[in-house]
Design a protein around this ligand. Sequence first.
Ligand SMILES: Nc1ncnc2c1ncn2[C@@H]1O[C@H](COP(=O)(O)OP(=O)(O)O)[C@@H](O)[C@H]1O
Ligand SMILES: [Mg+2]
Length: 159
Amino acid sequence: MELSSITTKSSQATIASAKKFLEKVLKEAREDAPLIFYLEGELGSGKTHFVKGLAEALGIKDNITSPTFVLMKKYAVSGSTAARQAGKKLFFHIDCYRIYDSQDARQIGLDKILENPRAIVAVEWAERIADIVPKPYWKLVFKHIDDKTRKIVIKNVQR
Ligand SMILES: Nc1ncnc2c1ncn2[C@@H]1O[C@H](COP(=O)(O)OP(=O)(O)O)[C@@H](O)[C@H]1O
Ligand SMILES: [Mg+2]
């Protein structure tokens, strides 16, 4: 189990760190499993900004906001050679803030998305549905340090 952390001093730095991190993990991504980012951390800790960075790196031009009310947004991966080489065609941004438990999540098909080997999936408030998030996944815990500073603790959860 690999453990590291990133400290950022602005929302732009969090976006940039996501791009860099995605580049790194795509190189070692499996073709037979989805690439999952399990995001945990209080409101305003930077989860959505990190997802903005992932989406930008994948060539997605849409403005990324928390899908708190729609729960899930789906995008086509367009501009990333690394993603294409890893067999990833879709990007899902899931927000479990309004999801009570994994029973709810199953009803809207989130379990199926989390099994799609062609998908990159970022899940905010993933701890709410922890029992249906398949391994391996990257667990990122966001911590509010001060006004401008966030710490992201990263763990590669394999089994
Ligand atoms: N280093 C930083 N990284 C990310 N966001 C930051 C940082 N410093 C300040 N912020 C601010 O904190 C808020 C983070 O919001 P958001 O990414 O939506 O968090 P979450 O999805 O965890 O609720 C934004 O208002 C952003 O401008
Ligand atoms: Mg959010």
